[in-house]
Design a protein around this ligand. Structure first.
Ligand code: SF4
Length: 154
């Protein structure tokens, strides 16, 4: 069985090792959730939620904008506006490229190319509160599992 070592870009020396089988299982479960319409991982929109605006520039070397690889459903208004790309195989979930990331993400700067028109989910998502991304935001400790859903790089 091929094994793949994944080093997270955090402050610890620990590493996790997952097999190709485990990676395939994670991907399969994610696909299943999407098929069931349950992959809008952050739940229903909540109008009482504030937009998340905070300085995370200094963290991108660790998080690598992994939030821009998460899958979620667009709102009807966003689909009708026609700016945000959605996945034709799974309307109307946001599109993802082969590398697992959003087509609107600039891969070099890790900045959103449609910032002013980014989806509501992107505006409200606060990674500081998401243990799937940060084990400890204040200390800058990333969750080692945060990247497991992404396709393996050659
Ligand atoms: S639309 Fe922008 S902020 Fe939202 S996932 Fe894509 S690149 Fe990230």
């Amino acid at each position: 069985m091929d094994e793949d070592k994944i080093n997270s870009e955090d402050n610890t020396d620990e590493e996790i090792v997952i097999s190709e089988e485990e990676r395939a299982y994670i991907r399969k479960m994610l696909e299943k959730l999407i098929d069931l319409g349950m992959a809008a991982v952050y739940g229903d929109e909540d109008d009482s939620e504030e937009f998340a605006v905070f300085d995370h520039e200094g963290r991108k070397d660790r998080c690598k904008a992994v939030c821009c690889s998460f899958v979620f459903a667009l709102t009807k208004e966003e689909v009708e506006k026609g700016i945000v790309k959605w996945n034709p195989k799974r309307p109307y979930f946001i599109a993802r490229d082969e590398d697992g990331y959003c087509p609107h993400l600039n891969r070099e700067t890790l900045k959103c190319k449609i910032w002013d028109d980014r989806p509501l989910r992107c505006r409200k998502y606060d990674c500081r509160k998401d243990p799937n991304v940060w084990v400890d935001w204040e200390k800058g400790i990333i969750n080692k599992d945060a990247f497991l859903h992404l396709p393996k790089k050659d």
